[in-house]
Design a protein around this ligand. Structure first.
Ligand code: SF4
Length: 639
């Protein structure tokens, strides 16, 4: 139990071998140190994994966590997190999802589920308040995502003779067949990255359904409601969260990325795509978008709805547009919509699937692995995705991802991955801080876990994208900030508003120009804040998350504590990964990005990774090997 509001006060450990449950000890001290969400999951993995486990072994854990803000009406707060040992990277991964499962898990009375063991038969689990029921899947196993979710809803409704409000998590054929980048889907939203769906599959677990009638307690309802209203208005007025994202979603970034030379094309050989306008957010909005959609309790609504073969379905995000557009030299937007839909239905991460495809096209072109996959040829792509999901023919090897393939066939220099995780569509040779982030990110080549410095360098502000100066310190700051945001259960887009609106809406104004010029010199200032976040013992209007946490939980919170919590979460995840061999030597990028200038005439257009890494480890207070020192761990109260 807990003295804090916002929490249900229960974490459940579910043993699939014995089909039994028990309560996992999680104290108020833990809540103060890790808040919830990913931080909570990271600490649980740190405490329970030894470094001997394999992703598909029974002793691997799946940890599904919510945040204290989930279900309280805070903007964009119905996110939940799934962490586990990834089959794609061999280290821990966390996938943040906007579906409704987290909300209903709390309605059932739980802050988190820890799953261990393996079901003997294909199974789905029903959670209703304190009752856990294990059902055999029957024909559910083998169904695609929507079909399985509709079937589960039908079963729930039929068993109670009424429409049951519930949250559903399920995998598709890709997860069942252990595709290393299979996703878990809740509604239309995916916990997509690094193969959490395959871990479900390896445990013979098809789906979890949660329902219940608990309410999330809020400490100061009046202040919380007032604060949420104000915050929602701020998000609605901000040029990124109130205009760009609602208007075009993340897809709206394609055109800006083209202008800035950071739109990955031809498997990252290029940073621009001649036909970008045919696959841009503008074209998507004008020709295909039916209506904007959002996750629960979201005032931003960045998702698109498009029609594919008579179905109104979720449209592609920027990453999918970029990687299945210029990434494979395809200008057919209608095909991208179709593939995006098919990948979701198969339950597969669109980023890794697309990037693996692009690698295979280049390997085919170079004669390393003859597959018939070619840049610009789109007739065999749909079949290839299906072959991956069912592990047929070349699909069986494509299901292993680019790192595995390039080790087998050669071509590691153009396998666009870090620690085994394929990069998103942001080409970092003209955004070197983003490049640093990809390399040091805990879960591998992730644009978000890497700190998303592309927003400072190219897409929000325009601070010199080629200089390494101050990038390490900003990278750490942004990583910890975004980490802290996700701990409460909120969408990372709420952190966009940390950049005052006027800086974004007036890119050529004197203040913005000055800020852009000054940022590369701000490293020492940011370093002080990173090192001594306690000095920020106040709330800052640009980061309303801290007040929200205070009003909801009753916990003492301020900006400094918030940043320190993000840092702690980031470090504990790094320490778990260290048990599985992570250190500086794995914080890498493919040679294409570090050794080959994007513009042959401009040697600066590559990522000076080693230089930035050194400063980054210093900024974090880590050893030269890229690991937190004993002193650092003690300071952060991790050990
Ligand atoms: S901004 Fe987009 S991803 Fe974030 S909560 Fe809203 S709809 Fe979901």
């Amino acid at each position: 139990m807990t003295t804090y509001s916002g929490y249900m006060g229960k974490v459940i450990l579910l043993d699939l071998n014995t089909q039994t449950t028990c309560e996992y000890p999680w104290t108020d001290k833990d809540r103060e140190l890790y808040i919830g969400g990913k931080g909570m999951a990271s600490k649980i993995l740190f405490d329970n994994l030894t470094g001997e486990e394999q992703a598909f072994s029974e002793d691997n854990l799946i940890v599904i966590t919510t945040g204290p803000l989930t279900g309280t009406g805070a903007p964009c707060s119905n996110r939940f997190n799934i962490s586990t040992l990834s089959p794609l990277t061999g280290i821990t991964t966390s996938s943040n999802c906007g579906g409704n499962f987290g909300h209903y898990l709390k309605k059932a009375g739980y802050d988190a589920l820890i799953i261990k063991g393996k079901c003997k038969e294909h199974t789905w689990i029903e959670i209703k308040n304190d009752k856990f029921t294990f059902h055999e899947c029957g024909e559910l196993w083998g169904m695609k995502v929507t079909e399985s979710q509709e079937e589960l809803q039908r079963i729930m409704d039929e068993s109670r003779n009424c429409r049951v409000k519930c949250g559903i998590l399920s995998i598709g054929p890709a997860g069942e067949n252990l595709v290393k980048y299979a996703a878990v889907i809740s509604g239309e939203r995916a916990a997509g990255r690094a193969g959490v769906g395959a871990v479900f599959g390896s445990k013979n677990l098809k789906a979890i359904v949660a329902t219940g009638n608990h309410e999330v307690p809020v400490d100061n309802v009046a202040m919380n409601d007032k604060h949420n209203l104000k915050w929602t208005n701020t998000l609605r007025k901000h040029p990124l969260t109130g205009n760009q994202l609602p208007k075009m979603g993340t897809a709206g970034l394609v055109s800006s990325m083209q202008v800035r030379g950071i739109l990955s094309s031809r498997n990252y050989a290029l940073g621009q795509y001649d036909d970008f306008d045919m696959v841009s957010g503008e074209t998507l909005a004008e020709d295909y978008n039916i209506v904007n959609k959002g996750c629960m309790s979201c005032p931003i609504k960045c998702a698109r709805t498009v029609n594919v073969k008579g179905h109104n379905v979720k449209g592609p995000e920027l990453e999918t547009l970029g990687l299945l557009g210029g990434g494979i030299m395809n200008n057919n937007l209608e095909k991208i919509l179709q593939w995006n839909y098919e990948l979701d239905e198969l339950g597969m991460d669109t980023i890794s699937a697309s990037s693996t495809l692009a690698w295979a096209m280049e390997a085919n072109e170079k004669g390393l692995w003859k597959t018939g996959l070619e840049f610009g040829k789109i007739t065999n792509i749909s079949k290839t995705f299906n072959d991956i999901a069912f592990r047929r023919g070349i699909g069986d090897e494509l299901a292993e991802g680019t790192r595995w393939l390039s080790k087998k066939y050669g071509g590691e220099e153009f396998a666009i991955q870090s620690k085994g995780l394929e990069l998103a569509a942001y080409e970092p040779r003209r955004s070197v801080g983003q490049g640093l982030g990809y390399a040091v990110s805990n879960r591998g080549g992730c644009h978000l876990n890497g700190g998303y410095l592309v927003i400072v360098e190219n897409l929000g502000l325009h601070a010199d994208p080629q200089t390494p100066h101050a990038k390490a310190d900003f990278c750490m700051f942004m990583q910890d900030l975004m980490e802290a945001v996700s701990l409460g259960g909120q969408c990372l887009f709420t952190s966009y508003a940390v950049f005052p609106g006027f800086l974004i809406s007036k890119p050529n104004g004197i203040i913005t120009t000055t800020v852009n010029k000054v940022i590369p010199f701000l490293g020492p200032v940011v370093r002080v804040l990173n090192k001594f976040p306690e000095i920020a013992s106040f709330h800052l209007w640009l980061i309303p998350h801290t007040k929200s946490l205070h009003y909801v939980t009753g916990m003492r919170m301020n900006l400094g504590k918030f940043l320190r919590t993000g840092e702690r979460s980031y470090n504990v995840e790094r320490m778990t990964n260290a048990k599985f061999g992570v250190s500086a030597k794995l914080d890498t990028l493919p040679k294409r990005l570090t050794d080959v200038p994007q513009d042959p005439k401009n040697p600066k257009t590559k990522v000076p990774l080693e230089k930035m890494k050194k400063v980054y480890y210093e900024a974090r207070g880590w050893s030269k090997d890229g690991l937190p020192t004993e002193k650092k761990l003690k300071k952060m109260k991790i050990v």
